[in-house]
Design a protein around this ligand. Structure first.
Ligand SMILES: [Zn+2]
Length: 336
């Protein structure tokens, strides 16, 4: 009987009380949006974006499930990279179902389209309901208990000095060709470098090509990372080789949907990155076909009509980490 009681208590204890030492990251499937949940050893949580609204509360429900699985009662920080449907759109539905402490954003939405205004209005209602708001700019460092979050881009601006570990001259820059200017919210995405001990993770939201070049050239302001969340769902409007190859990620995760992101050209840039050990994908990319998809055991969802499987990462302070596919349990450890 005592044995049974012990098991029940352990299952209901939050992560911190369970003696966790690692940073747990959930890459939640939002069918081509973004929702990334980070939980530190103390139980402190940071959610980056909340996927799409609608679809019967699909994305909010998946995030709630991931938060509950991590033993959370509240999201301490919810960072909104930018005001697009697939990132901020799910925030109101999520916040209605799960407590949020502070939202972090880049300031006001500058898109005046009907959809842009509706997103802004719904987001403002969340703040008005009593959630704290923190607007950040490049160079800001959020000293969370468990992780260091450095803002490298926001509101179309960028850091002028490299972050710790960055600043290398980038040999790929000489012929770097830009693309047409992007006046959208994508170019205003918050980009963050998150450090946990020696482990470094970068998430640049949907930052587009020219803005990537601004922080990758002539010196790479970020430098090598362990884990790279492919920018903009792996679309080729983003993922300039000057940025990606200068990050030299050991592992990349692509947050694509079946028909969103996962562009063959971007897939090839990421796959060819020097030192890359593995790319993992949230979905099989229909555009990628035979040539631009990884092996099925590193893809969380193989069917277009999927069950919303995610990928999980456990990172240690010494920089070692494990990636796990929640569809089939396939996992790989990346030693220091
Ligand atoms: Zn997006």
């Amino acid at each position: 009987m005592r044995f049974l009681v012990t098991i029940v208590v352990c299952l209901t204890l939050p992560l911190a009380a369970a003696g966790r030492k690692s940073l747990s990251m959930s890459f939640i499937d939002t069918e081509g949006g973004q929702a990334t949940l980070l939980v530190g050893p103390s139980g402190e949580s940071l959610l980056i974006d909340a996927g799409f609204p609608g679809n019967g509360g699909r994305d909010a429900g998946r995030i709630v499930a991931a938060a509950q699985k991590a033993g959370l009662k509240k999201i301490d920080y919810l960072l909104v990279t930018h005001y697009h449907l697939d990132h901020v759109g799910g925030v109101p539905e999520f916040a209605a179902r799960f407590p949020v402490g502070t939202v972090i954003d880049h300031g006001d939405n500058t898109e005046t389209t009907k959809q842009g205004q509706a997103l802004e209005e719904a987001y403002r209602k969340v703040i008005a309901s009593g959630v704290k708001r923190l607007s950040v700019k490049p160079g800001d460092v959020l000293g969370l208990k468990d992780m260091r979050v450095e803002v490298v881009t926001a509101r179309g601006e960028r850091i002028r000095k490299p972050v710790q570990g960055g600043g290398q001259r980038n040999p790929l820059c000489a012929p770097a060709a830009g693309k047409d200017p992007d006046p959208s919210e994508n170019a205003r995405s918050i980009g963050v470098v998150i450090t946990f001990g020696r482990f470094r993770f970068v998430d640049l939201g949907d930052l587009t090509w020219n803005k990537e070049l601004e922080i990758a050239c002539p010196d790479h302001m970020i430098g090598p990372v362990d884990l790279y969340l492919t920018t903009h769902h792996g679309l080729d409007l983003s993922n300039a080789p000057q940025m990606v190859h200068g990050l030299k990620p050991r592992v990349a995760i692509m947050n694509n949907g079946a028909r969103k992101g996962g562009s063959p050209a971007a897939w090839k840039v990421v796959s060819a990155s020097p030192g890359l050990e593995d790319l993992w994908q949230l979905h099989y990319s229909l555009a990628g076909g035979q040539d631009a998809n990884v092996a099925p055991d590193r893809i969380a969802n193989l069917e277009e009509k999927c069950q919303g499987f995610g990928l999980e990462v456990e990172a240690q302070r010494d920089g070692a980490f494990t990636v796990k596919n929640l569809r089939n349990g396939n996992s790989r450890n990346y030693k220091r």
